[in-house]
Each structure stands twice: as C-alpha cells, then as structure tokens.
Design a binder for this molecule. Structure first.
Ligand code: SAM
Length: 279
C-alpha cells in the first residue's frame, strides 16, 4: 500500500518509522512518502496561509499550494493503482468520525493520500475540486479540535496498516479485538494474565478452568455487558440475528430488547446506568 502525506510538519510523521509500521515499511508492505507543502509555494516566505474571506479569527491554508502538491502526487501513481486514483483522506473535525469500519475500507485501497490541515484548516475549494476528480473522505478523530491533521494521520495510518496482510504477526489477534466485525463490533471482554492473584484481585476462575466453551461464553457475556453499559450507541446497532438465546438473556437482564434493526433499551435501564455512573 502506498501512503502519500502532505504536511508542513514532516517531522510529525517520524513515528511511522517505529515499531510494526516501521517494520512494514522496511519489508516493503507499506510505502510512506511525506511531502512538504511548502515545496509548492513560489514566494520568498513560502506562504501557505492567508486570512479568511468574510473575516474571523485565524488564517486558512491557501488552495494553490495544495493544488500543486496534490496534482504532483496524482501524476505519479503506484503500480496497480485503482483506475479511480487514490482516496484522498482529509482529517477534519467536520468529517465522518473515524471507525474500525472505515479502517477496514481504507485498508482495502492500494493508495491513500493524506492532506494535513493546519491553522483554521484548508480553503474549502480544495475538497470541492478533488471531490470531482478522485474519491475524497473528510475524516474526524472525534468531537474535539486538534492543532493539525498530522496526529490524525498517525492514528488512521496505524489503524489501517495493522490490517494489511503480514503487518501483524498473528492475524487472529486482529479478529479478537474491540469493534471487530467478527465479534459483531462489540467491545472486548476484560483480559487477564499472570499472576492469578494480584493485590487481592483474582482472575475469574472460569478463565483458568480449561473449559474452552465456558471461556468463550464468559467472554461473550462480558463483551455484551461492557458494550451495553459503556457504549449503548454501539449495542443499539447489534444485529439481533447474530444473537443466540443466551445473548438475548444477558441483554434482557440489562433492559435491552431486540427491535427491527438493532436493540433498544428500556428508559428505566438508562436511568439506572446514569445513576451508577455518576461521578
Ligand atoms: N477551523 C476548523 C474547525 O473548526 O472545524 C478546525 C481547524 S484545526 C485547528 C486545524 C487542523 O487540525 C484541521 O484542518 C485538521 O487537519 C486537524 N484537526 C483538528 N481537529 C481534528 C479532528 N477532530 N479530527 C481530525 N483532524 C482534526
């Protein structure tokens, strides 16, 4: 997979040389190219920003350097690129909230280009223009504001690259995680390692009992409980057709009942949950 990242702070992407992502690059599984946006300016000060039309605080990134930088990247496609070109990923607080599902979709692409905004972001015409030429996804890390897109690129790249074949040694570990489709998108169950007892806290006996069926069942129960209590939005999307009788019983205990498109919770259960989670 090729990743082109356009930024004014290339050093911010250095962590991609480390750990599994660094190893994936060394092994040729990933080709990360970082481009300096300022290389596409033509004035003495290498200006990439200007005040916004209409007034307001801060500065915006001008469209011309972006146009030149992105055109140069598009003119140099990797072998085997999709005829539709790369997906241009634009980190932004106004984008779709990044998710494991989005990571899986992006991991299926041979070529991603990232546009890291700074200041108050990038002139809106850049997304508008490239949206007519290639696929563009504005992606948010969450409902908060960062200073720039680089941290988002690090997070997105890590989530995407670890899904590529060969990047993670044990591929099974990818399916045994929170948000994995193989586990219906549920949060992961609590996990324990040695010692069996630590500071008066014992590992649940079932996990050391050697009964794999019982372990699987305990883990599924815990995943359902955790998801229902911590992320009701995720539980609400659980497909009832993926649930067995025991799943339904665990959820019913917590006030959740299957509906036409997912699960719904009785208002009383939400009130209980809020009570027990009050600071
Ligand atoms: N004025 C913008 C707004 O209110 O939507 C925020 C600009 S922010 C200070 C500068 C850059 O940081 C953005 O262009 C984007 O690249 C990045 N950024 C900030 N928050 C982000 C988030 N939640 N997710 C992804 N990228 C973000």
């Amino acid at each position: 997979m090729r990743l082109d990242v356009v930024t004014i702070f290339g050093e911010y992407l250095q962590p991609l040389q480390l750990s599994l992502i660094g190893k994936a690059q060394a092994e040729g599984l990933l080709d990360v190219r970082v481009h300096d946006l300022r290389e596409h300016t033509h004035d003495r000060h290498r200006t990439v920003d200007a005040p916004p039309y209409g007034g307001g605080a801060g500065l915006l990134m001008k469209p011309e350097p972006w146009g030149e930088a992105l055109d140069a990247i598009l003119a140099d496609p990797p072998e085997g690129a999709d005829p539709r070109g790369p997906v241009l990923v634009v980190p932004s607080p106004v984008g779709e909230v990044f998710s494991q599902r989005a990571a899986v979709e992006l991991a299926a692409e041979p070529w991603l280009v990232f546009a890291c905004g700074r200041y108050e972001g990038i002139d809106a015409r850049v997304v508008e223009h490239y949206g007519t030429r290639i696929r563009v996804r504005e992606v948010s890390l969450g409902d908060y504001v960062l200073n720039g897109g680089e941290v988002a690129v690090l997070a997105i790249t890590e989530a995407v690259a670890r899904l590529l074949p060969g990047v993670i040694g044990n591929a099974a570990s990818l399916t045994e995680e929170s948000h994995a489709p193989e586990h219906d998108g549920l949060l992961e169950h609590p996990a324990y390692t040695k010692p069996a007892s630590w500071r008066g806290l014992d590992v649940p006996a079932v996990l050391a009992g050697g009964n794999h069926g019982a372990v699987d069942r305990w883990r599924r129960d815990q995943a359902l409980r955790r998801t229902a209590t911590r992320r009701p939005d995720v539980l609400a999307r659980l497909d009832p057709a993926r649930c067995d009788r025991r799943d339904l019983a665990v959820l019913a205990e917590l006030g959740w009942t299957p509906g036409e498109h997912g699960f719904q919770v009785e208002p009383a259960a939400v009130a209980d949950w809020a009570d027990t989670n009050e600071p």
